[in-house]
Design a protein around this ligand. Sequence first.
Ligand code: S3P
Length: 429
Amino acid sequence: MNERKLHPSQNVLSGEIEVPGDKSISHRAVMIGSLAQGTTHVSHFLDGEDCMRTVKAFRSMGVSIEHKETSLIIEGKGIAALKEPKEPIYFGNSGTTARLMLGLLAGFPFFTTVYGDPSLSNRPMDRVVSPLKQMDAIIDGRGDGNYLPLSIRGKMLNGINYALPVKSAQVKSAVLLAGLLANEETKVTEQTITRNHTENMLKAFGADITTDGLDTKITNKKSLKAIDVYIPGDISSAAFFLVAAAIVPGSNVKLKNVGLNQTRTGIIDVLNTMGANMQVHNQQVSSGELLGDITIGHTALHSTTIEGEVIPRLIDEIPIIALLATQVEGTTIIRNAAELRVKETDRIAAVVDVLSTLGANLEATTDGIIIYGKTTLTGGEVSSYNDHRIAMMAAIASLVAEDDVTIDDVSSIAISYPTFFDDLQTILN
Ligand code: S3P
């Protein structure tokens, strides 16, 4: 346990930081780089615990991956060179590693067993196992293949025409990655656009993949070609400082090189709707992904309703948006977000518990949260639920709380943002 007591702060947030690389894109760079032919150099890689699970998984299948700070050198020799791992592969807490790797392992020509930590072992895998079985995959495990540990007897897969029943980029990506290894075309159709980093990364490596509205088609193109990848800053990490600057009076910060892929910028739309004092500058494209700098200052904001198509575009930012809503006038309603109940923890229950302990006025619904603002936060002792985004939400809450905020365990922050407290210190003046 790594308890942290945060004292009330009189400081403002000012200056600039560059948040670590995007978690989703970092995973995909490792996976696709490991399948390609040639040397892939990855820079600004997120070397948090989750992405390192993906690195270790490929090392255990014989891929040489050199890791130094935020750089990776991946020596890809193509899919045929991958080897059957000698040990079960441990995915830790990482849902993205688990879901995406299941798609790949189903099509690799060998046997694997995969397992995770207690949180990951309780998260549903049927959402990927079911379409993979329709592609002829052989997967079995606990709960009829719904929970880790799972065993996979990899083989040549059939293509599939699949309408996604859940709004999940992880499920879409698992089917597309399996489609990359299948013997005929695979098509996935989404209900709503979700993050498209798998599609962008596959295109950048030369895969045969096309997207038309909600449809994406992929065919097996025997060989992908290594490239150099720069990973933009993770907007899901930047979100903590966007909200901090918006709610701490007198603040003004610049966040550099943040990923601005439209499938991820729901938080920017919400802040704009609430009346934020925010600008985006220096936009550019790198390895198929848009990035730029964001400046944001404190100003009085108002409540809003967050629902429908924007939800997948800000799904990981809902805990910090809930904190934001406690600090604005009016009632903020978040709905259509039942997916939060199957994240690293039940994030609807966790957010309501932590923020009410700190004196906020909010309630859980079946698929969201209603927050009655504006409330003064008092401080108190809270649980992180072993969830990185809940721990960081509580840490940012301490910046506007009247008393100490004690978080029972902040170690989970290393999952997605190992330098979170250092970066916070840099801009707390
Ligand atoms: C992710 C997709 C989202 C997100 C997760 C990362 C990805 O999950 O919550 O943190 O990298 O594809 P779902 O696809 O399950 O919504």
